[in-house]
Design a protein around this ligand. Structure first.
Ligand code: ADP
Ligand code: MG
Length: 683
C-alpha cells in the first residue's frame, strides 16, 4: 500500500501496522452462494443479497430531504435502493445499466420493499466467487478513495501469505490453552478473517473473545493484588466520636446489614492496608449513616474525612443531614461546591489545609488542585457512577498515603458488569431495608386514565403527603423535552388549584440557585407537588413524599425508574409509583414497564436492563472505557467471562508477578494494554 493510502488508513481507522490489520476483524461474512431473486423476497426477512441491473439513478428531494434513489431489477422483479447520506458521491460511483451485487436490510414502506444504504458492488469474477466472504468495517472516506471492503480482504489475504504461524506470538500460557481447549492465536486470527466453515469461525471467535475477557480479568486481578499490597492509614481505635454517636445520637437502631458493613469497614481500615470498598445498597437502604459512622471512625484516629456527591442538591442534602446529626456533638461540617466563593471558600480551604475542619461535604469542587487536606483519611464517594474514573483518581493524590475509599452506589450492578468494572474492589452489600417500610405499590397507567390518576394524587396531598411528577428530560438541552415539561407543568397547574396547592418545579435549565430554592421548598414541605426532570433522580430524601408519577415512562431506562421510585416509600406511609405510558407505546416497551410493576428487586431490574439495552447504555459505563471489547459481549458471553475470571485467579495465585517463563508473552501484552487504557488510575 502506498504512503498516501497508508496514511489515510491510519487516520481513519488507526491501522498502521500488520498487527492492527490483523485485529481489524470482519463484522460479518456474506455467503455469496445465497442470492435471493427480487420477486421472491420475503418481506419478513431481515437481510437479503440480491443480484441485478441498476437503472434510474436519480436524486430526489430538496435540502435535508435530498436522497439518491435507484432501481435494481432482475427477471423476477424490481426494488428501490435509497441513500440519504453521501448521495452525491454514490451518484458519481454508481453506473447505469451495470450488474451489481447488493446486500442490505429490507424495509417496507407504503407496501413497497426497499433497501436503504445497501452494500453494493459491481458484479465481477471476484464478487461472484462462491463461499464465505469477510465483510470489514470501513468508512465513507475510505470508500471514496476506493479502499473498500474488498481491499481489506485482499490486504489481509496478502498478509497471511507472508505470515508463518510463529510470527503471531501466542500470548496465552499453554496450560490454559489445553485446559480450556482454545485454538492457537495464529489459527484464530486466520479463521476469523477467512473461515472455511462456520465451525472454524466459531472456534476462532471463541478463542479471541476468551482472550479479550481473560486479559481484562488479568488486569483487574493484578490491580486487586496491588490494592491489597498498598499500605494505608491504620484506624486502630474506636473512640469517643464513634461511641458517643452510637450511644447517644443515633436516631434509630441499625439494621443487621448496616452493622455487618460497618464491621467490614472497620476491619479494612484497621488492617494497615488501603481500603477500596464498593458499598451497594438499594435506594433507601441507609447507606448514609454507614458513611457517617465511617467518617467518625476516621476522626477518632486523628484524620479528616470527606464525602463527595455528584450534584449540588445532593451535596446540600448530605450537608444538612450530616450537620444536623453532628451538631450536638460539636463537630463542624462544611460544604464546598462550585458556588461557594470568595471569603467562605478561602476559609474552608485554609481550614482543610491546617486540619481544623475535619469533615467536608462537596461536589467535584473537592478534587480541584487548590483543595489540600492536612490528613485525609477517608473519602466517601456517593453515587459514584456519575464520577469519571480520572476524577476519582485525583482524590488519591492528596496525601502521602492514599485515603481509604468507600464508593457508594444505589444502582445495583449485575454481576457480569461488576466483574468487569469493579472486580478490583471489595464489595459490601446492604441487602435489608430499615424496618417498618411498606413496599411501594407500582401501577401502570395509560394516558386516558389521567383524570383518575390526578384525582388520586390530589387525595394523597389532601392527606398531607407530597408528590413528585417527573418528566423525561434526557438531554437537558433538548428543546422538545423542555417544551413538554413546560406543557406538563401547565397541565399540573390545571389539576391542582393554585389557591389550595403549591407546586414547585426543578429542571436543568434553571440557574443552580433557583433550582436549589425550589427543591428546598419541596424538601421543607412548603410545596405539595414537585414537577421535575431527572435532576432529582439520585439521593434526594423527602420521607413525606408518597407518590411518584413518571410521565412518558417508556422513555426511561428501568434502572433509572427504579432510582426514581426509590424517592418515595421512605416514610411509614404506603407509597405509590405510577408509570404513565404515552398513547403510542410499543408492546416491547409495555413489557419493560410490566417488569417494573412486578418487582422491586433492584438487582433483577438491573439484569433486565443490561440484557435489553446492553452494557453501553447502562449508567455510567460509557465513561469507564473498560468495556470496549471488540468481540466479547459481557451479557451473551457471561459464561466465558466466568471461566476467564477463574483462570486469571488461578494463574495469579500460582504466579502473582508473572515471573515464570511461560507467562512472559502474557506479561508483556498486559503491560502494553495497561499503558493504553490508563488502568493504573482506575479506582
Ligand atoms: P440511601 O441508601 O438511599 O442513601 P439513606 O441513607 O438516605 O438511603 O436512608 C434512607 C432513609 O432511611 C433516611 O431517612 C434514613 O434516616 C433512614 N434510615 C437509615 N437507616 C435506618 C435504620 N436502621 N432504621 C430506620 N431508618 C433508617
Ligand atoms: Mg443516598
Amino acid at each position: 500500500m502506498g504512503p498516501q493510502r497508508g496514511e489515510l488508513l491510519r487516520a481513519e481507522l488507526g491501522i498502521a501496522t500488520f498487527a492492527d490489520l490483523l485485529h481489524h476483524y470482519p463484522y460479518r461474512y456474506s455467503d455469496r452462494s445465497q442470492i435471493t431473486r427480487i420477486g421472491f423476497i420475503d418481506p419478513r426477512a431481515e437481510y437479503v443479497q440480491l443480484q441485478g441491473t441498476l437503472v434510474n439513478i436519480i436524486e430526489e428531494g430538496e435540502g435535508r430531504k435530498r436522497r439518491l434513489v435507484a432501481t435494481l431489477y432482475d427477471d423476477t422483479g424490481r426494488i428501490e435502493l435509497l441513500w440519504f447520506q453521501g448521495a452525491q458521491w454514490m451518484k458519481k460511483t454508481l453506473k447505469q445499466n451495470e450488474r451489481y451485487l447488493v446486500y442490505g436490510k429490507i424495509s417496507v414502506f407504503n407496501g413497497n420493499i426497499n433497501i436503504a444504504h445497501p452494500e453494493i458492488e459491481l458484479l465481477s469474477a471476484e464478487t461472484a466467487s462462491p463461499g464465505r466472504q469477510p465483510m470489514y468495517p470501513t468508512t465513507e472516506k475510505l470508500r471514496s478513495r476506493s479502499i473498500t471492503n474488498r481491499s481489506f480482504a485482499k490486504l489481509t489475504q496478502a498478509l497471511f501469505e507472508k505470515l508463518k504461524p510463529g510470527d503471531v506470538t501466542e500470548i496465552l500460557p499453554p496450560e490454559i490453552m489445553n485446559r480450556y481447549r482454545l485454538c492457537s492465536r495464529y489459527q484464530a486470527l486466520k479463521w476469523l478473517h477467512f473461515p472455511d466453515t462456520e465451525e472454524h469461525e466459531q472456534v476462532a471467535r471463541h478463542r479471541m473473545k476468551w482472550e479479550e475477557l481473560f486479559l481484562s480479568q488479568m488486569l483487574i486481578g493484578r490491580l486487586r493484588l496491588q490494592h491489597t499490597a498498598q499500605a494505608g492509614w491504620r484506624f486502630d481505635k474506636v473512640g469517643d466520636n464513634f461511641n458517643n454517636f452510637f450511644k447517644e445520637h443515633l436516631p434509630f437502631e441499625l439494621t443487621n446489614a448496616q452493622k455487618r458493613v460497618l464491621r467490614e469497614i472497620r476491619q479494612d481500615t484497621g488492617s494497615g492496608k488501603q481500603m477500596n470498598r464498593l458499598l451497594q445498597g438499594d435506594v433507601g437502604s441507609g447507606k448514609t449513616i454507614v458513611a457517617l459512622m465511617s467518617m467518625l471512625l476516621a476522626l477518632d484516629n486523628g484524620f479528616q474525612a470527606c464525602i463527595m456527591a455528584p450534584t449540588e442538591i445532593l451535596a446540600q442534602q448530605h450537608f444538612s443531614g450530616l450537620s444536623g446529626l453532628l451538631q450536638e456533638m460539636g463537630i463542624e461540617v462544611r460544604l464546598l461546591t462550585g458556588s461557594v466563593k470568595g471569603k467562605p471558600r478561602k476559609e474552608i480551604l485554609q481550614q482543610l489545609a491546617d486540619g481544623s475542619l475535619r469533615i467536608v461535604v462537596g461536589t467535584h469542587a473537592l478534587i480541584e488542585d487548590e483543595v489540600r487536606f492536612r490528613n485525609l483519611g477517608l473519602a466517601v464517594i456517593d453515587e459514584q457512577h456519575r464520577f469519571g474514573v480520572g476524577q476519582r483518581a485525583r482524590l488519591w493524590q492528596k496525601n502521602e498515603l492514599p485515603p481509604h475509599v468507600l464508593v457508594m452506589t444505589a444502582t445495583p450492578i449485575p454481576r457480569t458488569l461488576a466483574l468487569t468494572m469493579y472486580g478490583d474492589l471489595e464489595v459490601s452489600v446492604i441487602d435489608e431495608l430499615p424496618p417498618g417500610r411498606q413496599p411501594i405499590k407500582t401501577i401502570l397507567a395509560r394516558d386516558m386514565q389521567r383524570a383518575k390518576v390526578m384525582e388520586f394524587i390530589r387525595r394523597e396531598v389532601d392527606k398531607g403527603r407530597q408528590a413528585y411528577i417527573v418528566y423525561p428530560l434526557i438531554e437537558e438541552s433538548e428543546k422538545l423535552d423542555y417544551e413538554s415539561l413546560m406543557e406538563g407543568y401547565g397541565q399540573v397547574k390545571v389539576w391542582f388549584d393554585e389557591n389550595r396547592y403549591r407546586i414547585a418545579m426543578v429542571h436543568g435549565r434553571q440557574e443552580a440557585g433557583e433550582r436549589e430554592r425550589n427543591m428546598h421548598r419541596f424538601v421543607k414541605g412548603e410545596a405539595h407537588v414537585l414537577v421535575a426532570t431527572t435532576v432529582i433522580e439520585v439521593g434526594v430524601n423527602v420521607p413525606n413524599a408518597s407518590v411518584m408519577l413518571i410521565e412518558s415512562a417508556e422513555r426511561f431506562g428501568l434502572s433509572q425508574m427504579h432510582q426514581l421510585r426509590g424517592r418515595v416509600g421512605r416514610g411509614a406511609e404506603q407509597s405509590y409509583c405510577i408509570l404513565m405510558a404515552g398513547s403510542k407505546v410499543s408492546d416491547e416497551s409495555l413489557k419493560r414497564l410490566k417488569i417494573m410493576e412486578s418487582t422491586t428487586d433492584g438487582f433483577r431490574i438491573a439484569e433486565e436492563d443490561l440484557a435489553m439495552r446492553g452494557p453501553g447504555d447502562m449508567h455510567g459505563t460509557q465513561q469507564s472505557g473498560l468495556l470496549k471489547f471488540k468481540l466479547a459481549d459481557i451479557v451473551q458471553d457471561s459464561g466465558i467471562l466466568e471461566e476467564t475470571r477463574l483462570a486469571a485467579l488461578h494463574l495469579l495465585t500460582a504466579d502473582p508477578t508473572l515471573a515464570l517463563a511461560q507467562n512472559q508473552p502474557l506479561r508483556y501484552t498486559l503491560s502494553q494494554q495497561r499503558k493504553q487504557a490508563h488502568w493504573g488510575k482506575i479506582s
